[in-house]
Design a protein around this ligand. Structure first.
Ligand code: NAP
Length: 290
């Protein structure tokens, strides 16, 4: 069995990958890279090797990646600093002799800087390019937007009965982070994934009108979708005291959604899971306990 290292294991996706690996392979062949080992005490207790490291610290990565065959590289959540961080990770993988890197990228329509979500896109595109030029074997997981981000986008929708987001009729094949974790583990333990790119998404795309209809049906109340301009959205949320950074990030995602930037339904996730991914209906029902 290969030695597998998962980064970001104190976060939602990395943890889901490790939890799924532990269902099928021995903890002896699993290690994780974390910034704060105390946050991975539960994994250590299950026999997973916990290595301390930071994407900003190249030497820590080279040390942690020694003896690793397959690296599951979770993209950093430190958006402004991701390009140098991911560059460190890919170069360290090469220096340490890692054979195969699985990278969590994203779905996109444009690659020319025109995306409203360019601040998110830039590092993913740079990392994919670096990986492909590195000579390392790679698998690119083009993750859809998480179903898990919907509650963050929507706010207290069951109280307000309104979904107020500048996404027009744009659609997204959202998938759950839990399913993406299971798919990541399947790639790490399966065969035939060398130098492949997969769309890790649902096979159905949902607009916010669709989401409002699902929530209306589940809750038995009428929930409306209103799509303001990005400017009106910003003004309304600022007046409600929402921090500027959160408004900007949400607005940029929604405008990108309006432009169809993330609308790539596919069956790759279903094939990796060997079952249908969690649907928006199932996710919203469980999340809001409807
Ligand atoms: P998350 O819960 O925020 O986890 C991010 C992980 O990255 C954490 O374990 C964090 O470690 C680690 N990390 C951050 N900076 C690091 C550094 N300098 N060196 C080493 N590790 C570092 O995010 P997630 O939900 O698991 O998602 C994984 C990634 O997907 C995110 O980081 C982001 O790039 C992207 N994402 C995608 C979507 C989507 O809808 N597709 C949504 C959100 C995020 P600490 O615990 O030490 O902070």
């Amino acid at each position: 069995m290969s030695n597998i290292l998962v980064t970001g294991a104190t976060g939602g996706l990395g943890k889901a990958v490790v939890d799924n690996l532990l269902k099928t392979i021995s903890p002896d062949s699993i290690s994780v890279l974390v910034r704060d080992p105390a946050k991975a005490a539960d994994l250590q207790a299950q026999g997973v090797a916990v290595k301390q490291g930071d994407y900003n610290d190249y030497a820590s990565l080279v040390a942690a990646f020694q003896g690793v065959d397959k690296l599951f590289l979770v993209s950093s959540n430190d958006i402004p600093n991701r390009v140098p961080q991911h560059t460190n990770a890919v170069n360290a993988a090469k220096e340490a002799g890692v054979k195969h890197v699985v990278y969590t990228s994203f779905q996109r329509k444009t690659e020319d800087g025109s995306s409203a979500a360019w601040s998110i896109a830039e590092a993913h595109l740079a990392t994919e390019k670096l990986l492909k030029e590195s000579g390392l074997t790679y698998t690119i997981l083009k993750n859809a937007l998480y179903l898990d981000v919907l509650p963050l986008f929507m706010g207290p929708v069951l109280d307000t009965h309104t979904l107020y987001l500048p996404a027009e009729g744009g659609k997204v094949p959202y998938a759950s982070r839990a399913d993406m974790g299971a798919a990541g583990a399947a790639v790490l333990t399966g065969t035939g994934h060398e130098n492949q790119s997969y769309d890790i998404s649902n096979d159905t795309s949902y607009s916010f009108s669709d989401i409002a209809k699902i929530l209306s049906d589940l809750s038995g109340t009428s929930i409306q979708y209103v799509s303001p301009t990005a400017e009106d959205f910003g003004t309304a949320l600022a007046a409600a005291g929402v921090p500027a950074g959160a408004i900007e990030l949400t607005a940029s995602f929604c405008v990108a959604i309006a432009h169809g930037e993330f609308d790539f339904p596919a069956t790759d996730l279903e094939k990796l899971l060997g079952r249908k991914p969690e649907s928006a209906e199932q996710f919203l029902k469980a999340t809001y306990q409807l």
